[in-house]
Design a protein around this ligand. Sequence first.
Ligand SMILES: *[C@@H]1O[C@H](CO)[C@@H](O)[C@H](O)[C@H]1NC(C)=O
Ligand SMILES: *[C@@H]1O[C@H](CO)[C@@H](O)[C@H](O)[C@H]1NC(C)=O
Length: 403
Amino acid sequence: MGTKLLCLCLLAALLGYYIYSPLPQDLAEPWTVMLVSAAFRAVGHLSEAAELLGLMHYMESLRLITVVELVAPTSDENVTVTETEFEQVPVRLYLPRRAAGGLRRAMLYFHGGGWCLGDAGMHGYDYMSRRISNELNAVVVSVNYRLAPPHRFPAQFEDVYVVTKFFLQSEVLAQYGVDPARVCVAGDSAGGNLAAAVAQQLSEDPEVKTKLKAQILIYPALQALDLNLPSYRDNADKPILSRSLMVRFWSEYFTSEPALREAMDSNRHVPAESSHLFQFVNWSRWLPAEMRKAHAYGGPTPGGAELARRFPGFLDPRASPLLASEARLRHVPPAYILTCEHDVLRDDGIMYAERLRATGVPVTHHHAKDAFHGAVTFLLWPFKLAVGHRLFDACLDWLKEHL
Ligand SMILES: *[C@@H]1O[C@H](CO)[C@@H](O)[C@H](O)[C@H]1NC(C)=O
Ligand SMILES: *[C@@H]1O[C@H](CO)[C@@H](O)[C@H](O)[C@H]1NC(C)=O
């Protein structure tokens, strides 16, 4: 009996030690965040173990997070939810049921998950799409683009691009009763990356006559050039996206070869002949002083000429929208950008806001000092966070006024 009790106490202590992680003082709801963080860490560790044992690719087991969160496309009293395909790409469609009273708004939504995970049907995303559809009286097209592995850049981009382009045709907009002047793209994390890239490409596409009204970028990933920005240094181990996981997501977007991941991890993956691109992600120029903090700008070490030849994608603005020239940025739609203080991707979003403003694009930048990466997806039990609701509601309010 005594031994059993001792074992139980030991186990509880170990579990407590595993779950406990010191969090920044200003993070809201620290206990829930700690549980969320521990759950993600546990899945990460199990995935690493499965990969080491040669059972499964790391991303395949990480995808379990997506699978347990899936909900069927079910209509409710306000919104009709169906699944279909646009140009052979699966999409989940949300159509408001209330009387239209004129033409509707529309949003193309791209979910997050590092180009490797996620699904429009995950509980949190489904909930967001429903509320947007109902409260904005909007048609929401949530895209299930192909994921890595097995699909690499530019498959993810191409999928969301063809869906957007298909939807923007005047016959299609008319079929759904959508006002061509009130369509936006939106996404979080890797989906924010895709939304920014789609907005750029559309503004230069002579075949597209309909202009987007807005782009909503929720803690987007916007560049793979410098993976040692102050936000990467400050938040290397914050919930739920560590620096090493982000490096893994970036490299998996292009290849599973460890060489790229290792080069990115040491920030030596951009060859000297591409060093002119650093001006676009030069944080000593684009970050406000309070974000630069005490960090000294060094600039990445050149390297990886061979890698850049084989995987040129990470130097492509369709993967790294921050690399777009001023001339390209000038024509993109007004942006709503959310950044979180405790997020490796914080500085990507801040620099994009600064660069867009510098070219004259209207930007609403909302910086949440008490939030971490992914906060907006934690809207439902068991991981319901007040900060997630606050940030989502702020975004909805902006859309009500600007879309
Ligand atoms: C339907 O819309 C109303 C008004 O916005 C809301 O109060 C209600 O909760 C919605 N129903 C569902 C199932 O979301
Ligand atoms: C970065 O910006 C700083 C300040 O604007 C400048 O002195 C430095 O030369 C720039 N470095 C690169 C690599 O662009």
